[in-house]
Design a protein around this ligand. Structure first.
Ligand SMILES: Nc1nc2c(ncn2[C@@H]2O[C@H](COP(=O)(O)OP(=O)(O)OP(=O)(O)O)[C@@H](O)[C@H]2O)c(=O)[nH]1
Ligand SMILES: [Mg+2]
Length: 231
């Protein structure tokens, strides 16, 4: 395995960083593979930037990138990807809602199936989130299953392992949360091998959710039209 880059997009996540730092780096060291963690601070206003710089002073394997103003989850992942040097990329929430101990299972599935992308699917595993989130997520995923492939269940989840070379070759356009669906669409349409494994998704325990449901739904609808029209 050529090294792993873990991209962590962060918007106003100062409260979540101490727990993330403790748990993410321990899990990654236990994997016994070369790794780096690329944090992208996306115009945070709660001191996330300062907290990340302090973290990087303690963690030589952390890279910190900053947007001067908030540009959205998609833009943050693209910035992180441009700086990622690993042969494999994992994208992870800052709030531990997908616990980093689950990264090991993504890597094992990649190796066993020789996959180009492995998705952690809470729909195959477990979701411990409010029911309105569950049903809105089910609805959006049902739409993508119709457009892309009924075989997959987790088009909107962030937690995945990607072959970096493939990921970097895509003309990614998403600015917001719809990037997760756009990336999967590229893998599927290029005939690359995508696998899913069960994952556990829990609600965040600190800080505030950044997702704006109606705004993100509009972005998903726009992406769906783009995928259907082939533009
Ligand atoms: N860089 C960047 N990161 C973002 C932005 N919006 C959200 N994020 C990060 O993306 C991840 C997912 O956002 P969350 O707010 O956790 O969204 P969610 O996981 O759908 O919902 P909750 O876990 O319930 O809050 C977190 O690490 C956020 O800090 C953004 O505009 N820019
Ligand atoms: Mg989250």
């Amino acid at each position: 395995m050529a090294g792993l880059s873990v991209i962590v997009p962060c918007r106003d996540e100062k409260e979540a960083l101490p727990a993330l730092q403790g748990q993410l780096f321990t899990e990654l060291e236990n994997l016994k593979i070369p790794f780096e963690v690329v944090f992208v601070d996306d115009g945070s206003r709660d001191g996330t930037g300062e907290a990340l710089r302090a973290l990087a002073a303690e963690q030589p394997r952390a890279k910190i990138l900053e947007h001067a103003r908030n540009r959205g989850l998609g833009a943050a992942i693209r910035t992180g990807l441009a700086a990622a040097s690993g042969g494999w990329v994992v994208v992870l929430d800052a709030d531990l809602s997908f616990h980093p101990r689950q990264i090991r299972a993504l890597l094992e599935e990649q190796r066993d199936a020789d996959a180009d992308c492995v998705c952690g699917s809470p729909f195959l595993g477990r979701l411990e989130i409010p029911s309105w989130r569950l049903w809105s997520s089910r609805l959006v995923n049902a739409g993508y299953r119709l457009i892309l492939s009924p075989r997959l269940t987790a088009y909107t989840s962030i937690f995945r392992l990607y072959r970096a070379e493939a990921l970097k070759s895509f003309p990614i356009r998403s600015e917001g949360f719809e990037i997760n669906a756009e990336l999967l669409a590229f893998f599927l349409r290029r005939g690359l091998k995508v696998m899913e494994i069960p994952a556990l998704l829990t609600s965040r325990v600190c800080g505030r959710s950044k997702i704006r449901p109606f705004h993100e739904l509009a972005r998903h609808v726009r992406l769906a039209f783009r995928l259907l029209s082939g533009s």
